[in-house]
Design a protein around this ligand. Structure first.
Ligand code: NAP
Length: 294
């Protein structure tokens, strides 16, 4: 079994981004600039946004954090997005999800200019990705692609089974793995909560990508010998032995499945750091106008 070390790879890619940012600054006398919008004070969202801001600093990007109270009116949020859309100094806009229930998430996402949608959630970017056109690919699937590619894992002609069909992970992942690209060309099966006899599919997977949100759901008997197993899941479980009071579990029973898998991601230290670095890659691409060329 070989561990897919997302933490180490993300660090390596961050070094590359920092180098490229230096060159970008020299050429354009400015830094790539990410604007993040945070509504309310949900603990997990705060942590995610703060780490994105920290990542930007580490690679030499500029970042701006716009914080709003949880009772902000939707119009006010849309107005902020319009302002950022029109600000030539902003390359990327992200709205940290989830948003409070009174706000229409789809309306908010669609308000971001596709050219600045570095989260890749806008329907235009999703559509362009599906059609093999240049697009911002959402951070988690993009990070997973990089993890597969940089570890030299063959995807051509392989059977890839994706568990979970969410808009941010499972569905885009299934599309990306089926596209006619070097890291792609897989035969893909997408499973969800209505799938019958899940194990019959998972056992046939050369590449198994799991994004369910159910701690240690995938057990060794569900996995083919030598398979590549990518665990996206993150569940916090109480653990009094930890300083934080909790530990993180993936959707895969790592201890048992790692004895059978060819490659496997740990949790934490697998997909999570790759997701973070993918957002930086998208922001740099946006600053360089590589996706939507002028
Ligand atoms: P989500 O929106 O809740 O989607 C979960 C998907 O799993 C749904 O499509 C659901 O099916 C399916 N599902 C649930 N139970 C199932 C079962 N027993 N059998 C088959 N399918 C089942 O979750 P998400 O946003 O994709 O996130 C999934 C996990 O990844 C979470 O733990 C999340 O925290 C984590 N995550 C990690 C990162 C990272 O950077 N590491 C990024 C994003 C998410 P239905 O559609 O039929 O309901």
């Amino acid at each position: 079994m070989q561990l897919l070390d997302g933490k180490g790879l993300a660090l390596e890619i961050k070094g590359e981004i920092a180098e490229q940012t230096k060159a970008y600054k020299q050429k354009f006398s400015r830094e790539p600039h990410l604007a993040a919008i945070l509504v309310g004070n949900d603990g997990a969202s705060e942590t995610y946004v703060n780490s994105k801001v920290k990542d930007c600093k580490e690679v030499g990007f500029n970042s701006s954090l716009y914080r709003f109270k949880k009772d902000i009116k939707e119009d006010e949020l849309l107005f902020t997005i319009d302002t950022l859309n029109n600000d030539v100094d902003i390359d990327g806009i992200l709205v940290q999800l989830p948003l409070p229930k009174h706000i229409n998430v789809e309306r908010v996402i669609e308000r971001i200019k596709p050219e600045k949608d570095v989260d890749g959630f806008h329907p235009v970017n999703v559509g362009r990705m599906t059609k093999n056109l240049p697009a911002f690919i959402s951070a988690t699937p993009f990070g997973i692609l990089k993890l597969i590619e940089r570890n030299g894992i063959e995807t051509n002609g392989k059977h890839c089974v994706v568990l979970g069909r969410s808009d941010i992970v499972g569905r885009p992942m299934s599309i990306l793995m089926s596209r006619s690209f070097k890291t792609g060309n897989s035969t893909v099966t997408l499973c969800h909560s209505k799938t019958k006899n899940l194990s019959e599919f998972t056992r046939k997977a050369d590449i198994l990508i799991v994004a369910l949100g159910k701690a240690e759901y995938v057990t060794a008997d569900m996995v083919k010998e030598g398979a590549t197993v990518i665990d996206v899941g993150i569940t916090r479980v109480t653990d009094k032995t930890k300083k934080s009071g909790y530990r993180l579990l993936g959707d895969v029973d790592f201890k048992e499945v790692s004895k059978k898998a060819g490659y496997i991601t740990p949790v934490p230290g697998g997909v999570g750091p790759m997701t973070r670095v993918a957002l930086l890659l998208n922001t740099l691409k946006s600053a360089r106008k590589e996706v939507y060329t002028n």
